[in-house]
Ligand binder design. Sequence first.
Ligand code: ADP
Ligand code: MG
Length: 245
Amino acid sequence: MSDEALIVLENVHKWFGPLHVLDDVNLSVAKGEVVVVIGPSGSGKSTLCRAINRLEPINSGTITFDGRPLPAEGRALARLRSEVGMVFQSFNLFAHKTILQNVMIGPIKVRKEKSDMVRERAMSLLDRVGIANQAEKYPAQLSGGQQQRVAIARALAMQPKALLFDEPTSALDPEMVGEVLDVMTSLAREGMTMVVVTHEMGFARHAAKRVVFMADGQLVEQAPPAEFFANPKSDRAKDFLSKIL
Ligand code: ADP
Ligand code: MG
């Protein structure tokens, strides 16, 4: 792991009309670092993730990825989106494509890669997330946990430099949460740069290098997980933790 910054937000502000959803956010994520973002509903966690791959434009401040300001449009934006993979709460797989086709489609359509090479990479990614034997099935034939693992394989197929996860296990039945967190934990160990919005405090404790607590659009405090959970400093973090732990 290096200390070189991959994702840097400086004085970022975002309003939805009168609502100040990102209020002077400063955050730097190093290459290979895993940052878990927690906070109450409506605090701006999803907006923060979406701002990083420019699904949401910001009103002021700067965001840089791998040393460059986020591009606003065109091919540079398409490249950014392929370098910053995103995994959502809802898996958003194409229902009428097989699992394998779902994983192959990004590299072929967006990056114009040759299908033979992509197929090989897609199969090895499906193997890595433990579902190579489901490759010819359709999403509806898989459990939620399996579908979310396909969504992770699909993001990895673009060979991203970072992955953003927005509550990836919130829509899953409890018995399927572990299999998705296991895949995420192994990615973290392998050095993937990850920003993870989650309510899974076990994952935060074990896989995160840093926990970031947001409330009302502000990044209220950040600390290594052991320190944050043992000794939250702000009243808002204490209050939040008392409700969820
Ligand atoms: P979180 O993910 O922490 O629950 P969000 O980033 O989704 O928070 O939302 C932050 C605030 O912005 C919430 O009050 C939400 O209702 C509001 N919001 C989110 N997206 C939009 C939008 N497209 N238009 C208007 N308000 C929005
Ligand atoms: Mg959210």
